[in-house]
Design a protein around this ligand. Structure first.
Ligand SMILES: Nc1ncnc2c1ncn2[C@@H]1O[C@H](COP(=O)(O)OP(=O)(O)O)[C@@H](O)[C@H]1O
Ligand SMILES: [Mg+2]
Length: 273
């Protein structure tokens, strides 16, 4: 009788163990692809697939980008380089959802920019992207503090939180002594540092900088590049530049050469930190 009970118990135990093993196998099978996908999504910031951009000129078209394929991952410090007219700004504008592809697809942080409504594109720019332009684009009647605070006004953030963020960001770019100055009271280099702070204040994943040193002398160019490099290393923010300035090119860890709307070279000099 006791032996019969033992066999029965062993049988039940064996069944339970089998069910448990199958359950574990199922969990591993289901979670592995999800884990890989999450990792991939985290790492890929921008995907450019067979991108063609045509501009209408009169009754015809001018093709500015002729089948561009690129992938950018988290933490890159990369430049689109090439002569004037090669398509750098056009590509940067599409990545920044300021323009749309004519053919192909550009996926930015998981969103296909060609399929976004104007409202969704504005939301993407407002929440996830930072822009730096060659002419700074600061609001002249606003102080340095107010210029940097501006992007945060579009987000749902308390005034205490905004103040903390703005002051912290101005400290990163070395401008805490200019909080109350207006752009007309600043040098070109200081204006560009305000623009960097304005781009960084919402902690975007991706910053796009179009010829950021075009109006700066050599010393100021090196200064703002060192500031951006520091932010890239410390915050892992991805930077994509459009530039033909050799000083900028010297800082890049990946150089994508465009010529006549096509990628003719894609070279990594240093791995991401
Ligand atoms: N809105 C537009 N309409 C027509 N042609 C344009 C437009 N924008 C850019 N282009 C043309 O596309 C080409 C690439 O321009 P762009 O991307 O600004 O070059 P880059 O930034 O490398 O100097 C140029 O020949 C330019 O004239
Ligand atoms: Mg340009």
């Amino acid at each position: 009788m006791q032996r019969c009970k033992d066999i029965k118990r062993e049988f039940i135990f064996c069944c339970l163990e089998n069910i448990y093993t199958k359950y574990l196998e199922l969990i591993i099978c289901v979670s592995a692809p999800l884990r890989d996908k999450r990792k991939r999504n985290m790492e890929t910031i921008v995907e450019v697939k067979n991108l063609v951009k045509k501009f209408q000129i009169g009754t015809g078209f001018f093709t500015a980008l002729k089948g561009v394929n690129l992938e950018f991952t988290e933490g890159e410090f990369t430049g689109l380089v090439g002569p004037s007219g090669s398509g750098k700004t056009t590509l940067l504008n599409i990545i920044g959802s300021l323009d749309v592809p004519s053919e192909g697809e550009v996926v930015v942080l998981g969103k296909s920019v060609g399929n976004l409504t104007p409202k969704d594109a504005a939301q993407l720019r407002k929440e996830e992207l930072g822009f730096i332009f060659q002419n700074y684009n600061l609001l002249p009647v606003y102080t340095v503090f107010e210029n940097v605070e501006f992007p945060l006004l579009l987000l749902n953030m308390s005034s205490d939180e905004r103040k903390k963020r703005v002051l912290e960001t101005l400290e990163w770019v070395g401008l805490t002594n200019k909080v109350s100055s207006r752009p007309s009271q600043l040098s070109g280099g200081e204006c560009q540092r305000v623009a960097i702070a304005r781009a960084m204040v919402k902690r975007p994943k991706l910053v796009l900088a179009d010829e950021p040193t075009a109006n700066l002398d050599a010393a100021n160019s090196h200064n703002i590049l060192q500031t951006m490099e520091k932010l890239n290393r410390e915050l892992k923010t991805t930077f994509i530049f459009a530039t033909h300035d050799e000083k900028v090119i010297g800082y890049l860890r990946r150089k994508i050469m465009l010529a006549d709307g096509k990628v003719v070279e894609d070279k990594r000099t240093t791995p991401n930190p």
